[in-house]
Design a binder for this molecule. Structure first.
Ligand code: SAH
Ligand code: SF4
Ligand code: F3S
Length: 460
């Protein structure tokens, strides 16, 4: 452990606590990039950090409470190390009133930044350090965006350094924000309107990742299909971006998320079907199987349109793996509406589904509607999970004896001497292997299926 006497000669360490989606995971890589450029190092196990960053999420009440709880916990750490710098960043800080709550309830937090202010982290840290050195009261400001956030955000973002932490996968953001305003969702309020990156910047970043040895590129956006809608040149769209990425030479695969069913075009389906690098794997959130609920959610597609998309996708790519997000307990969801959701799950047979209990988000239209009792929501989600589990198990059994190309991604949790990776369709496979295998492709023969997990061995 370090002693404070020889502090000046010691390394300075950072810790980042990330909550929420892949977008946040990637933005934490930018936070890490900024901190490393400032001379901080990732905090080794057992050491105490000099700066702790919370990258927060507020998609559901649970996510928000977890982050706030943990910000509360570091108060003790701050007492034993008054030099510790605490920064809170991400979606939660952008919610109405939250910056004030942090100011009042967690006054020991030094820096609060919004989702489009990552690049300000360096100057804010420098300010905190300066004010401590001069013992002057810090001119602490909470810099979350208002409607006048910098218009040169993209330009700033292109220059932000990144420390990638997900090898062999590299996250590449293609579009920020969301214009959709689904009535339950907080994201458009906390991440602002859509802003697409230049196609040339995205292509350069993908090429660099491939040259640096990354084997899987995951394109990120709240709605990747809206890519380019805010750019005057109409040739800049998601289908063309996929085609251009597919022309890049190298042994790598591409995934993307998330696709909104109202915007998934035939051109994108064609681009996927005719590609070398794009995985036959699609995450296509349905949310509900009831047309009435979809309308109340402002999803702007019908059950029929969604099912047509599934048919098109499967006729273009019979082996495609389709996953989804489903929400139960939206305020206007009746038992009959819920049965419509169960029906569509039976019909589509997703390889996996992420299921959520609707959580009212302050400031969204659905939060003002009359709510369903929690026990009803709980009963519905249990039924839905049981149904999806039985489907996943059936689908898993079909994999046995098949041989699949798997990108080895990591050591397998809880299985000594084993590694894991995903098939092109997105199924996780665990097989015997070593650290050397991480980042390489293998043909793996599936020998056992345990519900959602597949087990196999390298085919020699
Ligand atoms: N942009 C993506 C989803 C982002 S949020 C899309 O449109 O699909 C990820 C998932 O969280 C959503 O698909 C939805 O199922 C769920 N979600 C969003 N708001 C929620 C809320 N208020 N309560 C519960 N789940 C929510
Ligand atoms: Fe939220 Fe809808 Fe935007 Fe997805 S598309 S982020 S669910 S508002
Ligand atoms: Fe959460 Fe923000 Fe992602 S609210 S789910 S971290 S976009």
């Amino acid at each position: 452990m370090r002693t404070r006497q020889n502090e000046s000669t010691m390394n300075k360490f950072y810790k980042i606590n990330t909550y929420g989606c892949q977008m946040n995971v990637h933005e934490s890589e930018k936070v890490a990039g900024i901190l490393e450029e400032m001379g901080y190092l990732a905090c080794p196990e057992g050491e105490s950090a000099d700066i702790i960053v919370f990258n927060t999420c507020c998609i559901r009440d649970t996510a928000e409470r977890r982050a706030l709880g943990n910000i509360g916990v570091v108060k003790a750490e701050k007492k034993t190390n008054p030099d510790l710098i605490l920064a809170v960043f991400g979606c939660m800080t952008q919610q109405e009133g939250v910056a004030d709550t942090i100011k009042n309830r967690y006054p020991y937090v030094d820096i609060v930044l919004g989702t489009r202010n990552i690049a300000m982290l360096k100057t804010e840290i420098e300010k905190v350090i300066r004010s401590r050195e001069t013992k002057k009261k810090s001119d602490k400001k909470y810099r979350c965006f208002d409607r006048s956030m910098p218009t040169d955000y993209l330009e700033i973002d292109e220059k932000t350094p990144q420390t990638r932490t997900s090898f062999p996968n590299a996250w590449v953001n293609i579009i920020y924000g969301c214009n959709n305003f689904c009535t339950y969702c907080i994201v458009p309020y906390v991440r602002d309107r859509e802003l697409s990156r230049d196609m040339s910047s995205v292509l350069d970043e993908v090429k660099k990742c491939v040259n640096d040895g990354y084997k899987e590129i995951t394109l990120l956006g709240q709605n990747v299909n809206s890519y380019g809608n805010d750019i005057a040149d109409k040739s800049v769209n998601f289908a063309n971006l996929l085609k251009k990425i597919d022309e890049i030479e190298g042994d790598f695969r591409v995934r993307f998320m998330t696709s909104h069913p109202k915007d998934l075009s035939d051109e994108v389906i064609d681009a996927m079907a005719n590609s070398k690098h794009i995985c036959r794997n699609l995450h296509l959130p349905i949310q509900s199987g009831s047309d009435k609920v979809l309308k109340d959610m402002n999803r702007r597609y019908t059950r029929e349109h969604y099912l047509d998309l599934i048919t098109k996708l499967r006729s273009a790519m019979p082996d495609i793996g389709i996953t989804t997000d489903i929400m139960v307990g939206f305020p206007t969801e009746t038992e009959e509406d819920f049965e419509d959701t169960m029906g569509i799950v039976r019909e589509v047979r997703y390889s996996n589904a992420f299921t959520f209990i609707y959580s009212p988000r302050k400031g969204t239209p659905a939060a003002k509607m009359e709510q369903i009792p929690y026990a009803v929501k709980q009963a519905r989600i249990e039924k839905l999970i049981a149904l999806q589990n039985s489907i996943t198990k059936e689908i898993s059994n079909d994999y046995i004896n098949g041989v699949y190309r798997v990108l080895c991604e990591d050591f397998a949790e809880k299985h000594n001497g084993m590694v894991c990776g995903r098939t092109e369709g997105g199924r996780l496979v665990t097989f015997p292997g070593t650290a050397d295998d991480i980042g390489k492709f293998f043909d793996v023969e599936i020998t056992e299926a345990r519900s959602a997990s597949l087990f196999g061995k390298k085919k020699v």
